[in-house]
Design a protein around this ligand. Sequence first.
Ligand SMILES: Cc1ncc(COP(=O)(O)O)c(C=O)c1O
Length: 419
Amino acid sequence: MRSSAMRDLMAITARPEVISLAGGLPDTSTFPAESFAAQMTRIAHESSAEALQYGPTEGFDETKDCILEVMAAEEMAPDRDDLIVTTGGQQAIDLITKTLVDPGDPVICEAPTYPGAVPTFCSYEADVHQVSTDDDGMRVEELERLLNDLARSGRRPKFIYSVPSFQNPAGVTLSEERRRRLVELAREHEVMIVEDNPYGLLRYDGEAQPTLYSLDGGDYVLYLGTFSKILSPGIRIGWVAAPPPVLEKIALGKQAADLCTSTLTQYFVREYFGEGRWRQYIEDLVEIYRDRRDAMVEALERHFPPQAVWSVPEGGLFLWATLPGYIDTTNLLAKALRENVAFVPGRAAYVDGTSGASSMRLNFSASDEDQLREGVRRIGQVITEQIELYETITGEHRVAAPPDEPEDPGGEVVPLPRR
Ligand SMILES: Cc1ncc(COP(=O)(O)O)c(C=O)c1O
């Protein structure tokens, strides 16, 4: 077992004085409080006893009907019986891993991968292989080599876990060509894909991409969805669409885990979808988050040093910034927290605990534009101090002297070896 870096961080960043660019929180203050009150009041008046009762392990048909509407918005049309309602997408990752993985079984995911999946894969003792990503998502030619290498040693991964759209944490989106190739490879090697798609509907620019599930038709792809980012993470409702034999096993795992997902919040989803405004709410979120993304990118251009690079995501909630290799963002976080600002250090997205050390994940959905600018300014300042310190110590690049003072001709500099 190992701790989820994000959970640890959330405890620290809950302090009101901290500007947290660390969490993956949607802005729930955008949800109209009066609608919430009306929906919950209706449930209390009309279905109090049922809403307070246990429900079926697989979830209510009414919840599944709402899920079908959301999946249809991304051109997917599973049967209702191919769905199981889970307690968030996180439980779906856990149940799938529990169902499919025995200790030592290979599992493949992206590098970097969703930090919340790392402790899950580790707790079931999967042998995790990470495939690098670029601006077009997972490098499928590298994946192919890995699948061939594993096959040569008589091993077949239990699944390939991917967040193809607006990936958490890298913000990148798998290109259509690579999506098609990924699905082909899964078929050729008879390996399941676990497609985790919490952000697909939160697109700010560019063209929608077909989901892996729609390209494959649901034979080799287990699809994970969640209401967390398009409605509320507090309701803890996600789902899996999978072929019935896999679904049966997942249902057994879920019985052992929590019997059923909250009946009350499933009733809330039903009420909310019944009002027919869910698409409009997502459109509102898209407008808000697009502006926030733009504010963050502008702030990065302004406050981050030229040595830093970052992704500009077309959707989702995160971007990924990479600093010079001598900066360790885990150490940098301690300094940033002293300035009351937080981010997720890149190592959290790697299973080996060492890769990604000079990268960071930055969230732009949970803070307003002024907070984002100020948060990025503070991080930029801490990074600049680190770079200046390094360059001064190593003499690698002399820091420019203030214009009205002559440059210091020398002094003793202790040369440090490059890390
Ligand atoms: C890729 C991915 N999968 C799963 C989850 C878990 O979401 P939830 O359990 O709230 O549905 C998240 C949350 O940030 C995520 O980014």
